[in-house]
Design a protein around this ligand. Sequence first.
Ligand code: SF4
Length: 443
Amino acid sequence: MQNNFKEVNESYTLAEAILEAQRCLHCKVPSCKKGCPISNDIPDWIAELAKGNFGNAVAIINNRSNLPAVCGRVCAHERQCEGNCVLGKKGAHINIGKLERFVADFDSEAGLVHDAIPEKSRGRVAVVGSGPAGLTIAGDLSRRGFAVEIFEMEPEPGGVLMFGIPEYRLPKEVVRREIRKIERLGVVFHLNTTIGEGHTVDDLFAEGFDAIFMGTGTGVPRHLDIPGIEHPGVRQAIRFLRRVSLFENGLLSREEVIIGQGDRVFVVGCGNTAIDAARTALRMGAREVTVVYHRTINEMAALRAEYDDAVAEGVRFMWKSSITEFFGEPGAPKLSSIIIDTDGTKQRFEAEHVVMAVGSTPAGRIVSTTEGIRTDAKGYVLTTDNPYGMTSRAGVFAGGDVTNRPATVVHAMRDAKEVAEGIARYVDAIKLIEHIRQSENVN
Ligand code: SF4
C-alpha cells in the first residue's frame, strides 16, 4: 500500500470487453442512457464494441463526451448508467464504466479516431480554468468552429482532474492523453496564467475575444470555527491533494507534502475528497487514518465503492462524530492531540495531522476585478438560463463548481455542454448584429 499510487482498478482485456459488450440487450428504451447526465448513447457504442468496431464505438462516445477515459474511471456509475441498467434488476448490470474506459484507452493507444479540425470562423472564446467544465467547453466549441484559448494558472492543465483526484483513481497520464485530444482540435493553452491578477477579463475583451467562460472552480476551503484549528498540523484536503500531485510530478519535495511516515491522521468530512485524502494519506506512509463524520454512513456523499476500497485499505470511520478541539505546541508542524465528540461522549486521541474536507467556495479573483458579475452571498457566480450560463456581465459566462450547480465531474460536463450552447448562440447573435451594422454603414 505505502507509496503505491498505481491505478487500483484493472482494465478489461480485448476479449473480456467484447464478451461483456455482447451481454447488452440493446434495449429500445435504454434506461442506462437516461441515467447518464450527458445522455451518452450507451447501447449504440456498446453494440459497435460487441461487433469489434472500435473506431465506430469511439466516434459515438466522442459525440457526447470530451473526456471518456476520465468518465470511465471517476463517474458514479453505480448511481447513474449502471444503476439504471435493466440487467441489474435480476443479475449483473453491464459494466458500462469499465467498457467506456476500455474503448477510450484503446482509442488513445491505437489512435483510432482523428477528429477533423474545423475551420475557426465563428468567433473567439477565452476559457479561464481547465478543469472538466473548461475542457468540455473548449472541446465542444472548437468542434463547432470557434477559436478557443484556455488560460490556466497551474503549470499543467486539468484542474481538479490533475491536482484534485489522486493518481491511483485517475492516472495523470490518462488526463494528459485526453487533453492532447482537445489540443488536437486546435485549442490553445496558456499555462501559469492567472486571469484576475494583472491580466483581467476586460483585457481579454480588449484583445478581441467575443466571449469569456469562467470555469475557475472552488479554490477557497470552507472554514470551521473550532478551537485550535489554525494550528499548522491542520491541513485542507484540496491543498494536501494538490501538494501530493505536485510531489508525484517532481515539482515538490517529500517534506513539503507534510504528512509523514508513521503519522496518525484524522480526516474530517465524508465526501469523495475526504476519502481521496484518507487513502492518499495512507499511501504517504501514515500509520493510522480515521475519517470523522458528523452524520451516519447512509448520509455520506462519497461513493459506496470508494468507501469500500478505503475500508479494504485500512481506513477507519467514526460516524456521528466531530472534532471539538485541536492541541499542539505553538509553531510546531504537527498536532499532539484532538478531542472527538461521538454522540455526546468526548474522548482525547493522539494525532499528528487533521485533514479538513468539508467543502470549498470560489476564489474572488475574477469577480473582484471585473465590473458587473453578480454572486450570491457565498460567492458563487449567478447566471441566467437564456443564454444559458451567462453572468450579469454580457459576454461573460460561468459554469462548473464556481456556479454551485454541479456536484461531480460528469455533472460539471453536462452543465458545461449547455453553457457551450449558450456561448455559441450569444456569439452568433453579436456577430449577426455586427454584420447588420456594417452593411447599414456601407449602404
Ligand atoms: Fe444494455 Fe443495460 Fe443499457 Fe439495456 S440498460 S441497453 S442492457 S446497458
